[in-house]
Design a protein around this ligand. Structure first.
Ligand SMILES: Cc1ncc(COP(=O)(O)O)c(C=O)c1O
Length: 472
């Protein structure tokens, strides 16, 4: 019996119960029926039902079979926004960031720390084929440098897709980069100088905090709500009090909360930017991964005068190995181009050609449809697993897209200690302290739900739950 197969079947049945296909009290398909329908062994179905019983979804009635015991009973509250008063600080990020990054790149054990896409989508084969084909058929070597703005056909594809995010932009106003991180760094450099204060959401992706540190800037952490993102009220107060020079926002399916700023608040945020004459760098790397029926608008969609600089890449939708990203720097185009030029002159052409071809084909949209549905289901499964294995005081954010969620535990649980314990046993999480520069979130951690809940991942989550309970 393949062990992952029964876990997969159990997850499928759980989804059917959660969606009301089987009602509470109703009899589930018999072991034989299911084995023949799914073309798996009796032992696989029995183990899948055993798992559902253990998780409290079904109960056995002697000589009759399995019956639905409950529908999704979700008792987890939402994480609380941070209460510390926003104050500018030098961004000193810990050594732990590099340690967590290295561990994630080593790809050993059970990694729930890194925000990378699932590894088993067919799009990866399409990408490999495109690399082989385009390397043979296209002239990309022996032609000198590529244009500093980037491969035109790719910029054209990005401009076409931007319409869905409410942005009408010419390919000439887009610049390609080596991933989103590179785009963010170039935009930040274009609008700040060392010593300036930059406003960030709190908790915030540690890559942004590191970048602020490396640029000699100060950060001011503005509390974010786990559902609606950055607090505009807190931002407004901070703007009155401090000479903030730029705002950085992961407005849609943020990392780490997974929250999104609702459209009307995005419009209000832009009004605030106009009032204080400020630029905003929008990191839209997760924007395409919505679980609902349509993409939400970007902050850039409300931008009246080119002050919003949008950055993104294919690292979360396809593969971070591509290292293809882009930016729409608006009115800061020339400054950004200057920094791109002094940093790298131009970007390698082959990955851009592959990406242009990928975006132009229906394959990318088909892939996104599959990825969104897969991640939606995997998040639902995570909610069940946390309900089942973690203490009831656990709080969990509810992303409506993206790849990551945020967990808050009772104050006495130290997630850095939990990280070190996991490290020894081959389980990795991203501890909360990485996401703040003021020592907050020591009782929180970020969890990625992109990979399937195979048995070893479920066992790792259960083990984490047991360790947490020991601390209470
Ligand atoms: C919010 C956010 N922005 C940027 C990045 C980095 O993107 P890239 O790999 O395209 O440089 C990440 C990666 O984790 C991220 O989560």
């Amino acid at each position: 019996m393949e062990t992952n197969l029964y876990a997969r079947l159990a997850n499928q049945l759980t989804d059917q119960i959660r969606e009301g296909i089987f009602e509470v009290g109703e009899k589930m398909p018999s072991v034989r029926q299911l084995a023949s329908r799914e073309e798996v062994s009796i032992a696989t179905v029995t183990s899948a039902y055993g798992l559902l019983e253990e998780r409290g979804w079904v109960e056995v009635k002697a000589k009759s079979g399995y019956y639905v015991k409950r529908r999704s009973e979700d008792r987890l509250a939402a994480p609380q926004p941070c209460r510390a008063r926003p104050k500018p600080r030098p961004a000193t990020t810990s050594q732990l960031v590099m340690e967590v990054q290295r561990e994630a790149a080593a790809n050993s054990g059970v990694s729930m720390s890194s925000a990378i896409p699932a590894l088993d989508f067919p799009i990866i084969n399409t990408v490999k084929k495109l690399y082989t084909q385009l390397a043979r058929t296209q002239q990309y070597l022996g032609v000198g440098y590529g244009t500093p703005e980037g491969y035109y056909e790719l910029r054209q594809q990005i401009a076409r897709r931007a319409v869905d995010a409410g942005i009408f932009v010419s390919p000439d106003a887009i610049v390609t980069t080596a991933g989103c991180q590179n785009a963010l760094a170039l935009c930040l450099r274009a609008v700040t100088k060392p010593g300036d204060i930059v406003a960030v959401e709190s908790p915030s992706y540690y890559g942004l905090l590191q970048m602020i540190e490396a640029s000699g800037l100060k950060a001011i952490e503005i509390p974010a709500h786990s559902d609606t993102g950055i607090s505009l009220e807190a931002l407004q107060l901070a703007l009155k009090q401090w000479p903030i020079k730029a705002v950085l926002s992961i407005a849609t399916f943020s990392n780490p909360l997974g929250c999104s700023i609702p459209d009307e608040r995005k419009a209000q945020l832009v009004e605030l930017l106009v009032k204080h004459d400020l630029p905003l760098i929008e990191d839209d790397i997760y924007g395409d991964l919505y679980f609902g029926d349509k993409r939400s608008k970007t902050i850039k969609a409300f931008d009246p005068d080119g002050r919003v600089m949008l950055c993104s890449s294919l690292s979360k939708t396809v593969d971070p190995q591509l290292r293809v990203g882009w930016m729409m720097p608006g009115r800061y185009f020339e400054e950004v181009m200057y920094h791109k030029f002094i940093n790298s002159i131009s970007s390698p052409t082959l990955p851009q050609m592959v990406t242009a071809e990928l975006l132009g084909q229906g394959a990318y949209d088909r892939h996104l449809r599959q990825a969104r549905e897969t991640y939606r289901q995997r998040f639902g499964q995570l909610v069940d697993l946390i309900n089942c294995y973690f203490p009831e005081e656990t709080r969990l954010s509810r992303p409506k897209g993206g790849l990551v969620a945020w967990i808050e535990l009772p104050k006495q649980v130290d997630t850095t200690a939990l990280y070190h314990r996991g490290h020894e046993q081959g389980i990795s999480i991203a501890p909360g302290e990485l996401f703040s520069i003021s020592g907050q979130y020591r009782n929180c951690f970020r969890l990625s739900f992109a990979q399937g809940w195979a048995q070893e991942r479920e066992v790792a989550l259960r083990t984490l739950g047991e360790w947490i309970k020991e601390e209470l």
